[in-house]
Design a protein around this ligand. Structure first.
Ligand code: FMN
Length: 172
């Protein structure tokens, strides 16, 4: 089976998950940042990784997703919000909607530390849309610890499961 991992990452969180996902792929599977990714044609399975930007896949991965057609895909993402929040679910749903025309075999999302430069810039904004409060502080403190080893293991497990299913269906 010819598989490919493509990810977009500004500060390294999604790259970390991409590497865990890659470790579940068949020997010889290529992994690329979106900036140098090959065209998606000719792959049986593509794992697509994004960071959440204003509630949706970041624009670089969104643009790549638009080029993927008729493939089996798995989606993974990182975000600052809680991974079991409506925001996380809605962000992943946006990714699923973006790859319409493909078959989504699984998804994974986890927290990722938010760029301190972004937080500092937001704190200085006069009309900060996300003012600091106890809930937000706790969430950002937790995000700062992710992705961690468990996130990587969980991502790997999701994609290992997808590979097993795919290989079983190919064998039939
Ligand atoms: C410009 C910008 C917008 C962001 N928008 C969101 C958002 O809407 N929701 C969220 O939960 N996290 C948001 N984040 C946090 C990132 O999704 C998160 O830190 C992610 O793990 C970054 O991944 P990376 O290290 O691969 O770039 C945003 C970060 C930046 C820099």
């Amino acid at each position: 089976m010819k598989a490919l991992v493509v990810y977009s990452s500004r500060t390294g969180n999604t790259r970390m998950i991409a590497e865990a996902v890659h470790s579940a792929m068949p020997e010889g599977t290529a992994i690329h940042p979106v900036e140098t990714a090959p065209a998606p044609r000719g792959y049986d399975f593509i794992a697509l990784g994004f960071w959440v930007d204003k509630g949706e896949p970041d624009s670089a991965m969104g643009a790549y997703m638009d080029t993927v057609k008729g493939a089996f895909v798995g989606l993974f993402g990182t975000l600052g919000a809680w991974p079991d929040s409506d925001h996380a679910r809605e962000s992943m749903q946006k990714a699923v909607d973006r790859v319409t025309g493909n078959t989504v075999l699984g998804t994974f999302i986890c927290q990722g530390k938010v760029d301190p430069k972004l937080l500092a810039a937001m704190a200085k904004m006069r009309d900060n849309p996300h003012p600091m409060n106890e809930e937000r502080k706790a969430r950002l403190e937790e995000a700062a610890k992710h992705p961690d080893g468990r996130d990587c293991e969980n991502a790997r497990a999701v994609f290992a499961g997808i590979m097993q299913k795919l290989e079983a269906s190919c064998a039939q």
